[in-house]
Design a binder for this molecule. Structure first.
Ligand code: SF4
Length: 219
């Protein structure tokens, strides 16, 4: 892979405003996958903020899919010399936690709980590492509710003393478009569903045929 050039305009994206003059030199970044991490990590590094990447996604099913996404996240972090932490994978526990919410639609109560579980684990990891700030790449997907992610992050922050959730809409300021560029530049594996078995579409094959590359770029 050739060296990836950081576009100059990424330094002046609107995400800047979220810093509110506070100094954040390190952050624990919960990563759902490599494509969603790519532009955020680039932006953080361009702003002098070093992310430690925490891969914690027990929601992903099946295990083979989980391993592929995990290896891609690791490959991404290693290519930039960043610390990458492997969270536990206990899908049975996750299923137990969301029991009763299987029939909920995406953006429903199951997703709310799924975000809270993952961000609480991230806050606990931040506390263990002595880091104050944590944030998540979940907030870069237009398929997810930014309000649900913010509520989950705030709940995690409240549950884990000494941590603070960096609520940020990582889709804005050109980062979403940059994510799609980096997806191709790194040649990342790009999943076709959110993660859990309930988000797999029954008509996956025909849907993918219909939507082609548009879907590939957006998940
Ligand atoms: S659809 Fe995605 S966010 Fe919602 S419960 Fe499943 S894996 Fe979690």
């Amino acid at each position: 892979m050739s060296a990836i050039e950081i576009p100059k305009d990424i330094l002046s994206t609107s995400a800047d405003a979220s810093l509110h003059g506070e100094v954040r030199s390190e952050v624990l970044l919960h990563a759902c996958c490599a494509p969603c991490s790519s532009a955020i990590v680039e932006w953080l590094l361009a702003h002098g903020i070093r992310p430690t990447i925490f891969y914690y996604n027990p929601n992903i099913y099946p295990r083979e899919e989980y391993e592929i996404r995990k290896q891609e996240s690791k490959r991404h972090a290693e290519s930039l010399g960043l610390q990458w932490i492997d969270g536990d994978y206990d899908h049975e526990q996750w299923q137990h936690d969301v029991c009763g919410l299987e029939g909920e639609p995406e953006r429903g109560r199951r997703c709310e709980l799924c975000f809270t579980l993952r961000l609480t684990a991230t806050a606990l990891k931040a506390q263990e590492l002595g880091l104050t700030w944590f944030t998540t790449t979940l907030a870069s997907s237009r398929w997810k509710s930014i309000e649900q992610i913010t509520c989950a992050g705030q709940a995690a922050e409240a549950a884990v003393p000494g941590t603070r959730f960096w609520a940020q809409n990582w889709r804005k300021g050109g980062l979403y478009e940059r994510r799609n560029q980096l997806l191709h530049e790194y040649n990342f594996y790009n999943q076709q569903y959110c993660g859990c078995e309930f988000s797999m579409r029954k008509d996956e094959g025909s849907k993918m045929k219909d939507e082609g590359s548009k879907m590939k770029d957006e998940r």
